[in-house]
Design a protein around this ligand. Structure first.
Ligand SMILES: [Zn+2]
Length: 479
């Protein structure tokens, strides 16, 4: 096990990211360019993400189902904007079982079309509404510039698809999911996000309105955390999703879709990590606590291991995810560094002296060195650990929020704006014109991330053209 230092984040953020993902064994490259292999440690993180979201989806009345990976190519072509948006990145199957297929099949890039087909069959009357289904699956969008978790040809995600009787209900659903995701981001991932509307140019292919949650990464760039789309009647009209209303009139449904992907793993890495490696928020960490036994002689080893196993059992019984590092031939110092790099929020050291005193030593990952270390009694340890994990969770959120505030600027003019987007977010008045948006993108490489739902009110002058503007938007370079 080589113990090479990671590149510092200030020196090469991209290389720090690549190396930490590989060395922490979160994911690996696959033989097919653009694909990724998610390793058990990375998958455990994703499982905790899915569990935290799934709980929230079910609490808001949604149910899970599974839809096929193959979609008839003609389906994708039914919604005009959808096909324009997705055509360049489709994977198409033309041969099956050695025979040329009559109709090519698309590997799903997203499931709106096949959902539309099924909903048209299932929905007849207003009594069948709303339909609130979520899918956990993977989708394929052809992509050759691999960046593990952030940009891959196949990625894992969930896609929610709902159908409603009215526009108001569909909009309420779209916004409800924005709130669900915002709560997940803050509470579970310890990531402050800015919920807002996408511009016409950045919205989902086939949506009336796209909402996104934008987060600031550790290098000041933005990452779109997830999206929620009000699809209006676009897919309902393309797929004939209709219902008889209470007066016996045939009406088109209003549909929504919303999704969050394994990109969020990338966000967690980039928001919380430091030069030593990952820092996982306790609520999502695969292991919340790592126990490192410290001993020299065989007698000490027997004593320390016995205590470590007893403590582990108590913590596990209290619902805490614990790993005991019993590796032979690796020094405690090596193990400390290794688990620091892998982002375990709390380390517990147990040596012969601790056993004699009925104590352990705790070390917080978010506070390196002496500052984060404190002794704790073995008596009532599960409660002490649970409290420490909550404190770490809260501290990570606060640190991310302070960092975002420190790199969010209110530029007074376009010169200041250009400096702002080199460092972080520019929060600026925007007239709403796609022309200004495009020029800003060309000149600064910063994109309009979202028009935050929270607006200052009043009006100002567009940062680019100086025309009256009623919305302030977030501009940034983005992943
Ligand atoms: Zn303008």
């Amino acid at each position: 096990m080589p113990d090479l230092k990671l590149p510092s984040r200030a020196e090469d953020f991209a290389e720090w990211y690549n190396q930490v993902v590989l060395r922490a064994e979160l994911a690996d490259y696959a033989p097919v360019r653009g694909c990724m292999i998610v390793r058990p440690y990375g998958w455990a993180l994703w499982e905790n993400i899915t569990a935290a979201l799934d709980r929230r989806f079910k609490a808001t009345g949604h149910v899970n189902a599974a839809f096929p990976m193959f979609i008839p190519k003609s389906f994708i072509e039914k919604e005009k904007k959808h096909v324009e948006g997705f055509s360049p990145e489709l994977a198409v199957v033309t041969i099956g079982g050695g025979e040329k297929l009559e109709e090519p099949l698309v590997v799903r890039p997203t499931s709106e079309t096949i959902i539309g087909h099924a909903y048209a069959k299932w929905i007849q009357s207003y009594r069948d509404l709303p339909v609130l289904i979520n899918l956990w699956n993977s989708v394929v969008r052809w992509e050759l510039r691999t960046k593990l978790f952030l940009r891959t040809l196949e990625f894992y995600w969930q896609e929610g698809h709902t159908a409603h009787a009215t526009y108001e209900e569909a909009e309420a659903e779209t916004r409800q999911m924005v709130d669900v995701y915002t709560d997940f981001a803050a509470t579970e991932a310890a990531i402050p996000v800015i919920p807002g509307r996408k511009s016409e140019g950045e919205k989902f292919a086939g949506a009336d309105v796209t909402y996104s949650l934008e987060a600031m990464m550790g290098d000041g760039k933005a990452l779109q955390f997830c999206t929620s789309h009000n699809l209006g009647q676009n897919f309902a009209k393309a797929f004939e999703i209709r219902y008889l209303d209470q007066t016996g009139q045939l009406q088109y449904c209003w549909t929504t879709s919303w999704g969050l992907s394994t990109r969020v793993v990338g966000a967690i890495i980039m928001v919380h990590g430091d030069d030593q490696g990952l820092i996982f928020p306790p609520r999502l960490a695969p292991f919340q606590v790592v126990i490192v036994p410290i001993y020299k002689t065989d007698e000490e080893k027997a004593l320390v291991f016995e205590t470590a196993r007893k403590i582990r059992a108590e913590l596990v019984a209290a619902g805490i995810r614990v790993k005991t590092d019993e590796r032979e031939g690796a020094s405690p110092g090596f193990k400390f560094n290794d688990w620091e790099m892998r982002g375990v929020p709390l380390r517990m050291e147990i040596g012969p002296k601790d056993v004699a005193k009925g104590a352990v030593m705790l070390a917080r990952r978010d506070r390196p060195g002496r500052e984060g270390k404190s002794p704790a009694a073995q008596q009532g340890l599960a409660a002490t650990v649970a409290k420490a994990l909550e404190e770490i969770q809260a501290a990570l959120f606060q640190r991310a929020l302070d960092f975002r505030k420190s790199l969010t600027f209110e530029p007074a003019d376009y010169v200041e704006f250009k400096t702002a987007v080199e460092k972080g977010f520019a929060h600026a008045w925007w007239c709403g014109s796609s022309d200004c948006e495009a020029k800003i993108k060309n000149e600064t490489k910063a994109t309009m991330r979202c028009i935050p739902l929270e607006q200052p009110g009043g009006q100002g002058l567009c940062i680019y053209c100086g025309q009256p503007a009623k919305d302030k938007a977030i501009f940034a370079k983005a992943y």
